[in-house]
Design a protein around this ligand. Structure first.
Ligand code: G3P
Length: 218
């Protein structure tokens, strides 16, 4: 299972990279805005900085909603760096844009997936990745993990090459549950990943080892 960091925060990306725990990065316009990145030149420079830090795929999202706008933005983003994957929302124009960009050899991540039908259409259009949003389904009383489980099953049955990225992963419990589904990738903030390290028995065990050592050596 691959871990992508779902952030545009350079400090978090660097920290995760040096820990050796991430395989890529996903961003979206909200995450870029959260870091105060605005203006085309700054946005481009920010994507390039992320690509310099990490070795894997970096998803950069289009802002256009019309077909021509999506494909021309997608081509520009893909030309920035060979690690860039063009992130496209799952609309009718988005599906057409994925088909076009796939034909040009450009990799895509189809985002804002909330049901299996949307994911299936994106996969048929040739998307490299589909991103079902777990937390946002939980927010409205549905079960985001059920969607991930269904997609893993459906993609397996039909043999799609498209990889599934579990997104909108809000807590470590989501992450642990994702591990059991066999999903290809999980993207989440750094604290959700480092939360995997937390266990009270680890803390008390370490305390005991160190106090036993001190008893003999002080
Ligand atoms: O990868 C999608 C993610 O950034 C959305 O997360 O927490 O805004 O639902 P959230």
């Amino acid at each position: 299972m691959k871990f992508f960091l779902d952030t545009a925060n350079i400090d978090h990306i660097s920290e995760a990279h040096w820990m050796g725990i991430i395989d890529g990065v996903t961003t979206n316009p909200s995450l870029m805005a959260k870091e105060g990145v605005k203006g085309e030149d700054n946005i481009i420079a920010h994507y390039l900085k992320i690509c310099e830090i990490v070795d894997g795929d970096v998803s950069a999202e289009v802002i256009s909603t019309d077909y021509q706008g999506m494909i021309s933005e997608g081509e520009k983003l893909a030309a920035l760096h060979n690690q860039i994957v063009v992130k496209i929302p799952v609309t009718e124009n988005g599906i057409r844009a994925i088909r076009y960009l796939t034909g040009k050899g450009i990799r895509t991540n189809c985002t804002l997936i909330f049901n299996p039908g949307q994911a299936l259409l994106a996969a048929k259009a040739g998307a490299t990745y589909v991103s079902p949003f777990i937390g946002r389904l939980d927010d409205i009383g549905e079960n985001g993990m059920d969607l991930v489980e269904k997609l893993v099953h459906i993609f397996d049955v039909y043999g799609f090459n498209t990889e599934i990225i579990a997104a909108s992963v809000r807590n470590t419990n989501h992450l642990l549950k994702c591990m059991e589904t066999g999903v290809d990738v999980v993207t989440c903030p750094l604290n959700v990943i480092t939360g995997l390290l937390n266990h009270p028995l680890t803390d008390t065990g370490l305390e005991k080892f160190l106090s036993d050592h001190r008893k003999l050596n002080d």
